[in-house]
Design a protein around this ligand. Structure first.
Ligand code: ME8
Length: 505
């Protein structure tokens, strides 16, 4: 049995879910759905990052305890994901007991192996940022670059992680097919090549965190707690056999803002604890609006639910999976979303389905005929499956979906060439053409199901099939010719009615 483990970043609970969070979550969900179609034993993890100063501050501002802040916002993430049909197997919260146990265990092992030492840190400190700055960062010699207020000189006892001792192990890991795309791998290698400083991993100035087990009064710095969630969720510190089972197949999806943490610090922490680094890390660019990161624009005010209202769950999911490639930044546009919906969902897929249903009603008494084993669409369908499989394996959802839409466009062209609506009712010719188109709809319902969680089931039912596309198993289900024929095809209202730009504003 092949196993597959995929994770999203765990999101901070100081802020509510926005479409920048939805994007990696939908990608992980779609990739997990593809692996379930392949029959892999699949684990898909998402969750929330609940410790640290950011959360403590947000709680203070809202007049609640950090735990109350975390409970409320974590639930908002769960609700948002439910609305988007995110089928995660687990939702982890870093305030869970099992996570405390795992963090303390992993970092204790790193310490036992000689990678954690006590030291003191001295530097310019901005209390508002809770961060140290070096001389070059400061404005006018003594002011915080963010708050433009004088910084303090602070000296603190900290535990340090000896990152500098792991440069060669990290280089080796980065050189072995681990970080994608290539440009991001080079970025991570560049960080290691520049030389790594040891990093402070504990704080005495706050208490909203996981205590350092060997020294009261210290809590782990939030990143050294957060990263370990990926190990906690599959049993680290609680069930070693379970952990061993999943860890070798770990795939992290992250944004480029957290590359250093996932591609340098995290593998180093694992190595220091005597564990294997993750199998793969896939790094996305940012969604931008007017050239700026979403969180720096008003778009964080748009909850995914607002867009779902206009585009439906499928329209929302399809846009992000089809239009945003892993790696480069991508400009978000409402108009782009409308035009993608209209061209691919309303026109190419929706029209094909309604055309086929209409002609089957008129020319075949509403009963779908069987496909032709020698159909000219067959090699195109076979290629489409092969291309989609390679692309999903590489987390390239735009390429995978394009492979399916290419087949749909070819099928529309096949109908236009053959004009079954002009053929004699009940003839062999009309049955051949429509049987082929129905087979393509069967295949498309399966192959597009990681993106279209609702539309693919609707197609499946419209063409008279029982069960659901998600229950099918690849690669067997992708073989040409399995639409059985003799099924009642329904003539329903359009699956994806066309949108006007005004509809969606
Ligand atoms: O960094 N475009 O959490 P976070 C694309 N808790 N992706 C975006 C985005 C945008 N405009 N805005 C956010 C954290 N994201 C830590 C992670 S993991 C152990 C701890 C996505 O709530 C992107 O994937 O700030 C980014 O890495 C993630 O949300 C960070 O969410």
């Amino acid at each position: 049995m092949t196993r597959f483990y995929v994770t999203t970043p765990i999101y901070y609970v100081n802020d509510v879910p926005h479409i920048g969070h939805a994007y990696p979550t939908i990608t992980a969900d779609a990739v997990a759905r593809w692996h379930r179609l392949l029959g892999d034993e699949t684990m898909f993890l998402t969750g929330t990052d609940e410790h640290g100063l950011k959360i403590q501050r947000a709680a203070e501002e809202n007049g609640v305890t950090p735990q109350e802040q975390a409970d409320k916002t974590s639930q908002r993430f769960r609700d948002a994901w439910e609305q988007l049909d995110i089928a995660n197997d687990q939702f982890i919260r870093t305030t869970e007991k099992r996570h405390h146990v795992a963090v303390q265990e992993l970092l204790s092992r790193a310490k036992a192996n000689g990678f954690i030492e006590k030291g003191s840190y001295a530097g310019h400190y901005c209390v508002a940022c809770e961060a140290y700055y070096i001389d070059d960062d400061l404005i006018d010699g003594n002011n915080c670059p963010i708050h433009e207020r004088p910084v303090d000189w602070l000296e603190e006892d900290n535990y340090f992680f000896k990152l500098s001792a792991l440069e060669s192990e990290l280089t080796e890991w980065l050189n072995s097919d681990t970080v994608f795309p290539e440009g991001k791998r080079n970025e991570a290698l560049g960080i290691v090549k520049l030389g790594l400083d040891d990093v402070s991993i504990s704080r005495t100035s706050i208490d909203w965190g996981i205590p350092v087990p060997w020294d009261d009064g210290h809590v782990f710095y939030v990143w050294y707690d957060a990263l370990i969630n990926y190990a906690t969720a599959v049993g680290f510190g609680n069930d070693e056999a379970e952990f061993g089972k999943w860890w070798e197949q770990s795939h992290h999806i992250i944004g480029k803002d957290i590359l250093r943490f996932h591609c340098v610090y995290w593998p180093a922490m694992l190595i220091a604890a005597g564990l294997k680094p993750p199998k793969q890390v896939h790094v996305s660019g940012f969604l931008l609006l007017g050239g700026k990161k979403l969180s720096k624009t008003g778009l964080t005010q748009i909850a995914p639910a607002d867009l779902v209202e206009d585009f439906g769950v499928d329209g929302f999911r399809y846009h992000f999976l089809r239009d945003v490639s892993f790696g480069p930044d991508s400009e978000f546009s409402y108009e782009g979303m409308v035009s993608r919906y209209n061209s691919d969902l309303a026109n190419t897929l929706g029209n094909l389905l309604s055309r086929v249903a209409t002609v089957v009603t008129k020319k075949c008494d509403g009963i779908g005929p069987k496909p032709n084993p020698d159909s000219p669409l067959r090699p195109i369908a076979e290629q489409s499956y092969r291309d989609a499989a390679v692309a999903w394996d590489q987390f390239q959802s735009p390429v995978a979906l394009e492979a399916v839409w290419n087949l749909l466009r070819e099928t529309n062209a096949y109908l236009e060439r053959n004009e079954p609506w002009k053929m004699e009712a009940g003839s062999t010719e009309v049955a051949t053409v429509l049987g082929d188109a129905l087979e393509v709809l069967r295949l498309a319902a399966i192959l597009a199901s990681p993106a279209l969680t609702r539309g693919s089931t609707a197609i499946w039912q419209t063409i008279g099939l029982s069960g659901s596309p998600e229950e099918q198993q690849l690669p067997a289900a992708a073989e040409w010719g399995q639409y059985p024929g003799g099924l009642a095809v329904a003539k329903n209202a359009p699956l994806f009615p066309r949108l006007k730009v005004e509809d969606a504003s």
